[in-house]
Design a protein around this ligand. Structure first.
Ligand SMILES: [Zn+2]
Length: 143
């Protein structure tokens, strides 16, 4: 009997990312199955970590690439100290990575997942506020 799914378990030395058990179906579409309890706990921590408008704006600002703390602070209109605190927490959660150059800290997104989470949350917000969400209008315009 042909198995519809093939398990591909990543290299555990790669941390949170590599630990993840991926399932690919025959179309190459990726799904997660049998998510273990501690992944659910961490997943809810990730939502908690993103449950702040300033953090969401920081993630959106970092989509375009690496930025200094001061530059991020300008974009999100908060003090560099406040932005640094948010970034430190998101760095602990491995959402962002830091690089020091002299006395300046630069941040990037650790991977594309935070962008997807935030983008989908914004789309969900559009559904909550609008009967004709903007992101659906854009999809139709592109057709
Ligand atoms: Zn939608």
């Amino acid at each position: 009997m042909k198995m519809p799914f093939e398990w591909v378990v990543g290299d555990s030395s790669k941390g949170l990312h590599g630990d993840r058990a991926h399932v690919y179906d025959e179309t190459g579409h990726r799904e997660l199955h049998h998510v273990k309890g501690h992944y659910l706990e961490i997943a809810s921590e990730i939502f908690r970590m993103l449950s702040d408008p300033t953090r969401i704006r920081i993630i959106l600002a970092l989509r375009m690439g690496e930025l200094s703390v001061n530059h991020i602070a300008d974009i999100v209109d908060k003090s560099p100290a406040a932005v640094s605190q948010h970034l430190a927490k998101m760095r602990l959660g491995k959402l962002v990575e830091a690089r020091r150059h002299g006395t300046t800290m630069f941040y990037t997104l650790a991977d594309e997942h935070a962008t997807h989470l935030v983008t989908e949350a914004v789309f969900q917000a559009e559904h909550a506020l609008d009967d004709a969400p903007r992101h659906h209008a854009i999809e139709h315009a592109a057709e």
